[in-house]
Ligand binder design. Sequence first.
Ligand code: WT7
Length: 654
Amino acid sequence: MSQDNIQSTLHEDRRFPPSTDFINGSALSSSKVNELNLKSKGDNQEFWAQQARTEIDWHTPFETTLDSSNAPFYRWFPDGQLNASYNCLDRQLEKNADKTAIIFEGDAGDVQHITYRELHAQVCTFANALKAQGIAQGDRVIIYMPMISEAVIAMQACARIGAIHSVVFGGFSASSLKDRIEDTQAKMVITADGGHRGGKVIELKSTTDSALNAGCDSVKSVIVFKRTGHDISMQADRDIWWADAEKGQTSECEPTWVDATHPLFLLYTSGSTGKPKGIQHSTGGYLLNAITTMRWVFDIQNSDVFWCTADVGWITGHTYVAYGPLATGATIVIFEGVPTYPDAGRFWDMCERHSVSIFYTAPTAIRALIKQGDDYPNSHDLSKLRLLGTVGEPINPEAWMWYHTVIGKERCPIVDTWWQTETGAHMLAPVPSVTVTKPGSCTLALPGIDAAIVNQEGEEITTANEGGYLVIRKPWPSMIQTVWGDDQRYKDTYWPYFDGKFYLAGDSARRDEDGYFWIMGRIDDVLNVSGHRLGTMEIESALVANSLVAEAAVVGKPHDVKGESVFAYVVLKGERPEGGVDNELTQTLRAWVGEQIGAIAKPDEIRYADNLPKTRSGKIMRRLLRTIAKGEEITSDTSTLENESILPQLQGKA
Ligand code: WT7
């Protein structure tokens, strides 16, 4: 662990208490929140047990709250049984059957409302179709879909029959899809012919075909939803249209009751080394925190229209699109397209037309929209909004203030929510009716969450504003269960220090005088591009896999919209291009990385050098490369460099 980046420079003195109007309209009073905090600080396990009894409909109630006998493989509610889909859908039927569950809007503006009754029927019908295709409890199913209602229906249908879904973001390449299929040994892929984004057709079926043609013997069938209607090829013995798979199936499907510890899903996320990790989540504990955070952080109420703009390919789209809001009976918005099509007013236009009251998006989207000017938001009626949220990376105070004034009209609290794929749900976030917010801070730990900043010895740092490692000291219900198929990697990645006592988040952070958390960055070689984690190693491996490339090093460079951009230094097998630039080659390598991983990982800039800066012991000097990428002056000692003459090449000066 290196501590040289743990140093804080940000000072922010503005304070934003919730308005009286918000407090009066909130479901959570400050006394209720105090009670939650007190209880959780008393008997933490009993606190979660009570929440679990209240918030979840159990088929078999649990008797054991937490099994720590095989730590760090903590198992919550191990003898309880439930079904996630039952908790999302069936239990809404009594009071909310005719309430809108999903407001879907397509890229082209087509709108569809689905009630809880209809959603329940569609999920059951599709669940029966999955069974008819031979999918049973514990089988893995890959979902590679556009952002349409059917993606959620597919997830819920898997949950209903105890199949383990693994959603792959529709922007990922055939090669990334193949890796995930092979790692999960999935029996089925659910996809669509394609999707629409920004007026263009996104290929999904043909990408699936490329992945499957490259191996993936575990896959026995592919279900294809017809979304675009463009030409695709169907393989007779393997592929079946969604509508055909549903033929003859009834809309009744008894849920499969599973243990609380049964994996609900796997979701792949990048690490600093190796291939993406299949983060395994439980059913009971996961669902519990999806629900509690919907109440505590989003203050969800029956009249709310809740829009989380994340794609179901990310954890945010799992917890705050597919599960949390439905389990709390909310109306959600699902949007297929992009924020800038047909123009940069799309989000605000949709907020107005669908009367969105809670809006949750990423700082990168906010920054992109700020650039488009205030006329877009100002020409829409945003008066239904009452709460705003952000996730994915620290939000810079200027973007926070814009969100607060131009979107929230100084009326809506902003919940800056810190969490991770691995944590399953919000960990550090304001309770909007209670917490005074500060632009740029994710504020405090939620009830039941024991977060701290520690030094290398695992001792809590109590000096205000001194940076350290963000850790969670007590297990929490929605925590990662393991890395799929790799228990050792789970232990090594998340519990490597402090005698395996604390969960290591991989972020550095500080706490201010009021105990507020400020996230400072990652402690490993992981980039945060547009709110998504990318391992530098992964991109380097992709580059090196190209026959022209001998060696590559990738670092992040601060970017005013994406947060970080991908900056690559490449050593070619052949001659270095004259002057260190070759636009054609750069385009080729960018496209190559796009094919290997997905467009999100394409290097924004590439510099060519005769070799990479290394220490005498052969370690790439990443800090030096980051300094050069930023265009900053080199102040560190470069005398240990094997070949100092490459510095001007790396700087693009030779
Ligand atoms: C990493 C997790 C959880 C959904 C989105 C990303 C960063 C996330 C915040 C925030 C500062 C944040 C952290 C974290 N991050 N939210 N509110 N403030 N940083 O999920 O891909 O699992 O990435 O995103 O670095 O470790 P993910």
